[in-house]
Design a protein around this ligand. Structure first.
Ligand code: SR1
Ligand code: MG
Length: 414
């Protein structure tokens, strides 16, 4: 159809439905299709198209010229190419753990992919206090396969450099450099800090020069350490789940960066689910059980990652110097250090910065929200400052439980 072949425009639901008919060999010619825009993220437009007779469906994801969260972010629509190519590569490295791509359209900056409506976004499921016994197993396979197998340890170095070039993602990296590494650490006008938390951020983070120096060092590591082809935004809103299945979506922030960035994002967002449950569940037994499952999951993710990483290293390493005694341990320990640091950065930026998480903003009692935010920021600072000593799953849990014990429950009457 000529309409979609001459120039780029942002699609309405009617356009997306028409577009779906142009995809070869998917829907029958006169299928009775319905279309709904279902995107709820900060960036793009997501259309679900279903054949009402057969119930066969697909997703069209289109990148607009600005971010959905704010027109202030002028963005390159190339992010849709990055997302498409990364999903295809991740499907080879970690089969079954990402949605299938059916089609990519450079002109319209959209991709067509598998509909995962039988899954639920992990953040929403965790806010309903659901548990996913296979999640730690699945996510650690995804992390090890996508992070180690794209690194210089395994890939031919010329092949790796050509991937670095293909996945250069300057505009979206700039967003992370600003929103994750810069703005949360001073009283920036772009921050959307909860008014009751501002004095705490000022006293504990913004006026601590030694702490801010650590965040500056981490920012330069994020910009300069082209270690692995990372997802770049692996929070619980980028993960679809069922009890049996995990699918990682949305790698538009992907680029060659520190491997620990992805792991730290997963851990921090599970901690947000923990803080939500701690503040909102009133039944003592239900709360204990749920917090226990989250604790176990966080611990398992760190420890299973280390185990699987070591096994995969032994199987796949090709770089001769990486075989020197002690190098594998040195390399893994630097990833765990970065994981702790990014856990801390993500905790701070989602509380202070522009882009918040529902786990915290949906805590109804203002005093409980203030307490959750203080715990998050205190933990965040600890993870960043003490990153070289936090290595095992138990180390991560110790930071969580000791910080919670320190910040006493407040008067909940406000
Ligand atoms: C302008 S985008 C704000 C945030 O949403 C995305 O999901 C990333 O996390 C980004 O930092
Ligand atoms: Mg996203």
């Amino acid at each position: 159809m000529l309409k979609f072949t001459t120039h780029y425009f942002t699609m309405t639901e009617t356009d997306a439905l028409e577009y779906a008919r142009t995809i070869p060999n998917f829907f029958p010619e006169n299928a009775s299709l319905i279309c709904q825009e279902i995107g709820d993220g900060n960036m793009n437009y997501v259309f679900r198209i279903e054949d009402q007779d057969t119930k066969k469906s697909l997703i069209i994801k289109q990148a607009g010229p600005t971010a959905r969260i704010s027109d202030q972010f002028k963005l390159s629509t190339d992010r849709n190419r990055i997302e498409t190519e990364l999903l295809k590569l991740q499907n080879k490295l970690a089969p079954g753990l990402v949605p299938l791509i059916y089609h990519y359209d450079e002109l319209m900056s959209c991709c067509v992919m598998e509909d995962l409506s039988d899954h639920q976004i992990l953040r929403k499921a965790l806010l309903e206090y659901k548990t996913f016994p296979l999640f730690s197993e699945h996510i650690t396979t995804f992390l090890v396969n996508t992070l180690l197998l794209t690194s210089d340890v395994v890939l031919n170095h010329k092949e790796k450099k050509s991937l670095v070039k293909n996945f250069i993602n300057p505009k979206l990296c700039e967003i992370s450099e600003d929103l994750v590494y810069t703005e949360p650490f001073f009283d920036c006008k772009n921050n959307e800090i909860f008014p009751l938390t501002k004095a705490f951020a000022q006293a504990e983070l913004w006026s601590d020069d030694a702490f801010r120096l650590e965040t500056a060092k981490l920012k330069f590591e994020f910009m300069a350490n082209a270690q692995s082809l990372i997802h770049g935004d692996l929070h619980t809103g980028s993960i679809f789940v069922t009890p049996q299945s995990t699918k990682i979506i949305d790698p538009e922030f992907g680029f060659y960066g520190p491997a620990g960035y992805d792991i730290g994002n997963v851990i921090a967002n599970l901690i947000f689910a923990y803080l939500h449950a701690d503040a909102e569940i009133t039944d003592f037994i239900q709360k204990s059980k749920y917090l226990e499952w989250l604790t176990k999951t966080i611990k398992e993710i760190i420890d299973l990652f280390s185990l699987k990483f070591t096994a995969s290293w032994q199987k796949h390493v090709t770089e001769p110097t990486a075989n020197y005694p002690g190098f594998a341990e040195y390399y893994l320990s630097s990833i765990l250090r970065d994981t702790a640091a990014v856990t801390g950065l993500e905790l701070c930026r989602r509380i202070i910065g522009l882009a918040h998480v529902a786990d915290i903003t949906s805590i109804r009692n203002m005093n409980k929200r203030l307490r959750a935010e203080k715990i998050g920021l205190t933990m965040g600072k600890h993870f960043i400052t003490n990153r070289t000593t936090i290595k095992s799953g138990q180390d991560f849990i110790n930071v969580l439980t000791s910080t919670i014990a320190k910040i006493t429950p407040l008067n909940t009457d406000i």
